[in-house]
Structure formats: C-alpha cells, structure tokens
Write a protein that binds this ligand. Sequence first.
Ligand code: BGC
Length: 740
Amino acid sequence: MSLQSHFVRLLFVFLTLFLGSTSVLAQSAPNHPWMNPKLSPDERAAMVVKEMTIDEKITLLHGTGMEGLSPLSPLIVHSNGGAGYVPGIPRLGIPPIQMSDAAYGVRMSGDNGRYSTALTSDVGAAASWDIEAGFEYGALIGRELRAQGYNMSLGGGVNLTREPRNGRTFEYVGEDPVLAGKMVASVIRGTQSQHVLGDIKHYALNDQESGRNAVNIIIDKRAARESDLLAFEIGIEESNVAAVMCSYNRFDGAYACENKYLLTDVLKKDWKYPGFVLSDWGGAHSTAKASAAGMDHEEPGWIFYGDALKKEVESGKVPQSELDDHVRRILRSMFAVGAVDNPPQRSVVDVAGGFEVARTIEEQSAVLLKNANGQLPLDASKIRSIAVIGPHADVGMISGGGSAQVDPPGGNAIMPPGKGQTRWLEPVWFPTSPLKTIRAKVPAANVEFNSGADPAAAAALAKAADVAIVYAYQWESEGMDLDSLSLPEHQDDLIAKVAAANPHTVVVVESGGPVTMPWAGQVSGILEAWYGGSCGAEAVANILFGEVNPSAKLPLTFPKSDADIPHPRLVKPPKATVDADAEGWKRIAAGLPAFQVTYDEGVKVGYKWYDAEKKPVLFPFGFGLSYTTYSYSNLKVTPGKRPQVTFTVANTGNRAGAEIAEVYASLPAAASQPPKRLVGFSKVRLNGGESKEVTVEVDPKYLSMFNVEQNGWQLLPGDYTFMVGGSSQDLPLKESVSLK
Ligand code: BGC
C-alpha cells in the first residue's frame, strides 16, 4: 500500500465530507429513495451501493488508524475518541460509524472527559441467567454510547470458558453454549434497541490470551460446532447482531480473519448471516484471501483494505461483486438497527439511572456459594462489631482490564490523586468502598478495617469481632492469562488465618472466573461477586444484610484445582510474554503457525468435562444458594418437534426469591456425548410458600449432534433423558422419552 495514493483517496473523501455536509455527523437526506424506512434494510442497502463510487466503497471497508497499531489517517480528527472511526458518505446520507469498546460499560470515557457506568462484568450478567437483565445491561450500554456520540459497540464477547485461566473470562459469558449464546444475544438486543450497532466476538476459538496472534487452534469440526461455534450460532440467531468480529488466532491453519470455513462456509452460508465481519484490531492478514474468505472490514487501519483492495478490484483479482457484498453488508446492518434513521444524540449520561441499573444487576449476579448454619444474612440489629479485611477493601473493588476497561470516576481508587488514569495491564479499583457500605449498614456497630498485608494482625482483628468479612480478589485483563486459579497475594493464607480466628467468617470473592478455595471448608459464607461495577459494594452489602435475596447461579464450574481442568498447564508460546519468540516469528513469516493448542477435550467444555471424567468439583455449573429453599416436582415431558418439559417449582421457605430452574438432557449412546447438556432454563419468581408450573420448550438443535459429513444438525432417534433441578449436580426430576 502506498501512503501517497492513500492520501489522494483521502483528499477525495475529505472533499466529499466537507462539500457534502457542514458536519461530519452525516445528515440524513430524506429525499433519497433509500431513506424510506418502509423499505427493507436489504432493499435500502442495495440502492445505496448502486450509487457509490469505488472510493466511497473502499472508505466504508476500513478504519482510520490507531496509535501503536497502524498509521493515522488525517480523517481521524473526526473520530469520537473510540477504538474505531469510519467516515460516512454525507452526499448519500450515510452517517459515519463511531465504534467504542463496551464490554461492561463504555470504554475510554476518561480520555474523552466523559462519564460511563461500569456494570457487573459480563460473566456476572451471565450468572443472573436472566434474559431481561441481560437486555437491560445491553440497553444501558447502548444509551450511554449514544449519549457519548457513538453508534457502534464492540462488546458481545462469547468465547466459551474452555480455558478458565483465560484473562478475558470476565468479558465472556461462561462455559455453556446455550446459556452463553442466549445471554450474549440478550445483551446485544438491548444495545441494538438503542439504534447502536452490536457486535459479537471473537470469532472463533480465541479461548486464551497467551500467544493469541500466533496460536493455531486444532479441534475437530464436530466438537467445534457443538461447543464454541454453537455459542456464536445461538448468539447471532437470537440477536440479529450487526457485526461479527473475527479473532486474532488461527483455526485449522488459517487466521480467523481469512478463514473461509469460519467466515463463509459456517457464518454466511450455514447460518445465513446477513451482517458484516470486521477484523479484530490488527487481526487482518491479507487482501484478496481475506476478501474471498468473507472478511468485510479491516480495523483499525487500511493495510489490506485501502488502496491494496482498490487495486485488487481494478485488476479483477477481487471481483466487483465481492466488494459490493462487503459494502452492502455494512449498510444493511446500519439500516437494520436504525443507525441511519436515528443518529446518536449527545447528552449528559444519566449517572443516577446508571447506578441504579448497575446495582440491581449486580444484586442478581452475585452467587451465594456457601452459607453454613444460616450465617447469612447478617442481622444488623444484633451485630456489634465487624472486621472488614482484604486488599483495598477500605476504598474500592477491582475491575476487569484491557480493552473492556471502564474508567472509574475520579480515577483508580488506589492511586494517589492525579495519577488515577487507567493504564494497560494495571489493575483498576473502582471507588465503591466495601468498608463504607458495611459501616452504613450498621452505624451503631464498631466496623474496623485491615488490609490483610499482615495476616496475623488481620486474624487478631477478626478474633475480636462478631463477624469477619474478607474481600478477596483475582484480577484479570486482556493481554494476559492467569498462571493459576489460586488467589494472588497470599490471600489463601490470609483467609485461612482469619477463619481460624473467627468461626463467623464470610468471604466475598471479586474475580472474573473460577478461583480455587483451599479454605472453603473453614469459612461459614462465600459470595462470588465477580467484578461488581460502579455499585459493587452496595449490591454486595444488600445481599450480606438480606435486603436482597441472592438468586444467581454459576455460569461456569469452579474446579477443585488447576490439575483438574482439561489442560492442567496452559499452553503458552515459546516465550510467555510475547506472542511468539524469534523461532515463532520465523514460522509465521514462512506461513506456518508459531505454535498450536490442541483442544483434544473437544466438546467437553466445563461441566461436560468434569461429568465425563468423573472429577469432583468445588462448585458445579448452575449452582447457587438463596435465603429461601425450593423444591421440584411433577415432571412431564411431551415429545414432539420442540419437546416441552413441564414441572412445578415451589418456594418452600417464607422469603420471596427467584429460582433458576435448569433443564438438562442426555442423548442416546450413539451420539457419543458427555453425560448431559443444558437444553433450557427458566427464572421463576416465587413468594414464600408459592409454587408455579413451568414449561420449558426445547429447541431440537440443543438435542442434536452435528453431522460433519451431512453438514447439518441431526437428531438421533432414541431415548433422551430430561433432568430438571437447581444445579447441574442437583437434578431431582428425571424422565426418559423416545424422540425421532
Ligand atoms: C481486542 C478487541 C477490541 C479491540 C479494539 C482488541 O485488542 O481484542 O476485543 O474490541 O482491541 O479495542
């Protein structure tokens, strides 16, 4: 690509931008026939494509640069400050695309001098198993994106928790394809309800950060279709997502962003996906190959899809129809979500409203894992003293890092004033103070803090108190994986010492995924709070003191130890800190994968692995306690095209609560599947003593196996056992039916 010719093309775009419009926030031109909202998005997009010059088309197919990753285009001055900016075409009424990362809130608001709400991490939203909460989560992000001037979100992470030490586990939605697919779809629907283009990522099999730009993933196609790809399939079909972000890694030898199997055969043909594929930032590797494979848009720059693409089109190497298809898909998505008809309206973000949503979603996301002898809820009227213990529990709660990072108001809670910016690969603590919120719950009690740096001193404080609450953390970020699931900073030792000193010890875990808990038997309460967001401390305190009855359940398994996970040692590139060592880069230059990871566990991700291998776990998938109790009865399975599973759930206690009822199935032996898979769920709200009949309709795909030879889902005739209950390991109801 020559920079000079790029600038000639840019000059053209520049002139159109300014001659065609007084503002780069493109104006809709109602007199264009495609501005008729009664026409379908496809019709509207096709009409626009017909009018476009080749330069206008190319402009839509790439970003305008990012410091550190690609040259910067002069047009970047019109960027809204997010990760991506694509100029619009004012003469045709097509607005620019202003993209922002927005996994659990809008990113880079600090740099841009704006405010964003941090929600619970995505894995926390998944723990709510609540489709409506997921929608609300996405809608809040959509509203704040619009208010800040964006019209595209780069959230929507749905890579399965195949490798629980993956540093982005907090950004994803757990280990099960049905739960993950449905939850990510609900978040995307919420975002797109605000006329903001949604995104689902990282397609596909980008299940670890170590060596993500170099790694070649080996997994058999059937297993991939029944696990990681199924999560995308459900996420896409249930959300009509505008964009799919192809990932950095390779699959079967080819980079995901030029992988014909992933992008064309599966995504665009099998799933009939009508939207567009954009590369992860720097994830594009070719022009003609990527274009033929189905990548529609390059980010963040124009190395392959700028002049290089124009030349390939002019020379006939890339067919005109292929170019038009890329453009049509982008326009089609813009029309479909209303990004053309309803451009963003800048406004002041509703901070108070954001706090309310952040708190209530975290209250539905924190999972009560242990409650021995009714330790919780704490009775504020009886408690005289509480020891609040743990790193930074006086000032804040930890958040997930990387491109998902939301900036805390006022800066990082543990930084001196003025140094509070978020920095890559540095943990950021949100100013939501456990100590202050606990004090507010029991104003008459003596509430003291100890950081735990000296476990003996912390234990002494705990001994003198009625109750000890330890806030433990495990930080995760894009760009790294965890060495182990153990808590860092000798926190295991700290908790063991505190628990030995006080039998009323409650541990609040702030983590992005599973952690090991050698002390689980010694403490009386455990609450998994994930990364709780802007109001994490309030939400946690509301659960600890019983103002909220916990209802969340684990969207991923907590194993007993690293030794029990499918790959006891994470496969890293030759040098842990870089994507590849010198040898690796030579291999990449020669077109060979720098290193490979083989997912020989196949479809056995998460609980499917522990079930099949008969490995006991610390806390199973789907597990979570409540302050009330539930019972299950009257199972009836009605076979048919979409089997109906009907049962009764009763709240056998006297507190109102919400029970997540889970439906699993085991397939006929000929399907050679793990013992069971989740096929549906329902969150049932019940007053004390109340019971309800629930029917879960099962999509036949969730009961099928993927037949690679026939390239389709196949329901094997035979006996299927349906199991219903409150966790993957507590399924009191069981019925077998024959399906054909
Ligand atoms: C991440 C993406 C992100 C992009 C833009 C990449 O490093 O993998 O998830 O959307 O950067 O910030």
